[in-house]
Write a protein that binds this ligand. Sequence first.
Ligand code: UD1
Ligand code: UDP
Length: 381
Amino acid sequence: MENLRIMSVFGTRPEAIKMAPLVKELASRQGIDSICCVTAQHREMLDSVLEVFDLKPDWDLDIMTPRQTLSTITSKCLTGMDEAIDTLKPDMILVHGDTSTTFAGALSAFYHKVPVGHVEAGLRTYDKYSPYPEEMNRKLVTAIADLYFCPTENNRENLRREGVEKGVFVTGNTVIDALKTTVRKDYHFTTEILNQLPYGSKKILLVTCHRRENYGQPMEDIMSALAEIARTHGDVELVYPVHLSPVVQECARRHLEGIDNVHLIAPLAADEMHNLMARCYLVLTDSGGLQEEAPALGKPVLVLRRETERPEAVTAGTVKLAGVDRQAIIAMAHSLITDPAAYAAMAHAVNPYGDGAACRRIADAILWHFGRGEKPEDFQA
Ligand code: UD1
Ligand code: UDP
C-alpha cells in the first residue's frame, strides 16, 4: 500500500504554531508522508515559528507584501497553490482556522478535487463582520471540507446546527499540544529584557492587539486605555510585543511610546511568548490563540473585542469580554489589578481547549478516514 500524502497548508503565525505539532505527528506515523506547504502570508512571523519548531517547508509561496489586502492574499495563494498541488500530489490537504490562507488553501484543494481536513473547525460568532474576515473564512471552509477537527464539543454543536454531522471529530485544540512542548519552569529568555522584568515585585501585564475589525477608532480607544492603565498603576509593567502590521505599529507607538512602565517590543518567538505568559499577571488581548493558551496557564484574560468565538473559557471564569470601550477596559483592568478577590476568582488553570493529545487524534482520524486505522475517541474537557 502506498503512503498517504497529507499536505498541511498554512501561512500566518498562529496557524504555524497550531499546525507545527500536527505536521510532526503526521511525519512520525507509519503510512503517512507529511508534506508542509507555506503561503508565507506572514514572512518574519512565520519564519520565527518554523525555527522554533524546526520545520522545513517543502513548498513556499512567499506571497507577503506590506499592507497587503484581503484580495491580494487570496488571489496570490490561489495562483501559487495550483503548482504546489500539481507537483506534490497530496491525497488530502489540511488547513487551519480562519485566515485568508485557510480559505484560499481549501478553495484551491477543492478546485483540484483534493479532500480537505479543517483543523480548528466549528468556531462561530455568527456576526459576519466580527471577527473580519475570519468568521466568513471559517464558514466558507466548512462548506468545502470533508473532515472537521473541532477543538471542543461546543464547536461540534455549532456544526451540527448547520447540518454538518459527517466526518466531525472533537479533538481538542492543537495549541495545547504546542504549549506542552514550549513552557518550562527553568526557561531562560533569549530576549534579555524578559529576564530582567520584576516578576516578583510588580504585576506584568501582557498585551497583544491586531484584529482588522479593530482598525480605526476601536484600536485608538484600546491603545488609549492601555496608556491610561499604565500611567495610573505604578505597580504594573506593561509588556507589548507589537504585531508587524504597519497599521498596528503606528497606532501602538503613537499612544504608548515613551511611557516609563510600557515596553513595546518586537514580536516574540512562540517559546518566548508562551513562557512570558506563564510568568505574567494578566493578559489583555484581541488574539484568538492567547484566549486559549492563557487559561491553560492559569492567567486571567481581558478580551479586547466585542464578542468571542471561544466562549468555553468565559464560562469557566478565566476570560472576560472587555469590549473595545475605553472606560470599560480601564475599569475592568483596574479591578483585576487592585482587587485580590476579583483576581483570584479568575486566576485558576482550566483546560477547556485540550489535553495535549489533539494531534494524535487528528492523525488517527485521517488514517481511519482512509480505512487504515481505528477511530479516535473524542476529547472531553
Ligand atoms: C492575519 C490573519 C488573522 C490572524 C493574524 C494573526 C487574515 C485576513 N488575517 O492578520 O486572521 O489573526 O494574521 O497574526 O488572514 N507583516 C509583516 N511581517 C509579518 C507579518 C505581517 O510585515 O511577518 C505585516 C505586513 O505589512 C502585512 C501586514 O502585516 O501586509 C498584515 O498581515 P496580514 O496577514 O494581511 O494580516 P494580519 O493582521 O496579520
Ligand atoms: N504569539 C507569539 N509572539 C507574539 C505574539 C503572539 O508567538 O509576539 C503567539 C501566541 O502565543 C499564539 C499566537 O501567536 O500562539 C497567536 O497569534 P495571533 O495573536 O497573531 O493570531 P490569532 O490567534 O489572533 O489568530
